[in-house]
Design a protein. Structure first.
Length: 153
């Protein structure tokens, strides 16, 4: 159940959603099966220190520039850090880009300081830096959510 974020504690950069007091959020422990073309929803995230990603990346405990192609994967795909610092290939907008997995988009928890008071992530998300969106050639006014496919590199 959602808790109202303390004042100034939820960064709404990139149209990030903040938890709502009393709202129930669905959580997941697993994600759809991974294949050579796994369907996903591409979202946008800042992995920088002041960005909407919150804490440092889980794989290396570091922040990453918005100009670096990095992603966070939903809990099931993140697979207990088994994809940490490995590359995936994202296919969308008739292009592809290689990006490094640096973080988990937590599908099993949210609405707390560790998650920047944002709701749990859906189970089918590739949460990507601005560099990924640029590499896919998506016009900036269309950044936010887009259907894509991805595979291990």
């Amino acid at each position: 159940m959602g808790k109202k974020p303390p004042p100034g504690q939820c960064n709404t950069e990139d149209d990030s959603e903040c938890c709502q007091e009393g709202k129930f959020y669905t959580t997941y422990k697993c994600s759809p099966p991974v294949s050579h073309t796994t369907k996903a929803v591409l979202t946008i995230n800042s992995f920088e220190e002041s960005g909407d990603g919150g804490a440092p990346s889980e794989c290396d405990n570091k922040y990453h520039s918005d100009d670096t192609p990095v992603v966070a994967l939903s809990t099931g795909w993140f697979n207990n850090q088994k994809r940490c610092l490995k590359n995936i290939i994202i296919y969308g907008n008739r292009r592809s880009v290689k990006a490094m997995v640096v973080d988990e988009c937590d599908s099993s928890a949210g609405c707390d300081a560790d998650h920047d008071y944002q709701p749990p992530c859906p189970n089918n998300v590739v949460d990507a830096s601005k560099a990924v969106w640029k590499a896919l050639g998506v016009p900036q006014n269309e950044w936010g959510e887009m259907d894509v496919y991805w595979s291990d590199a």
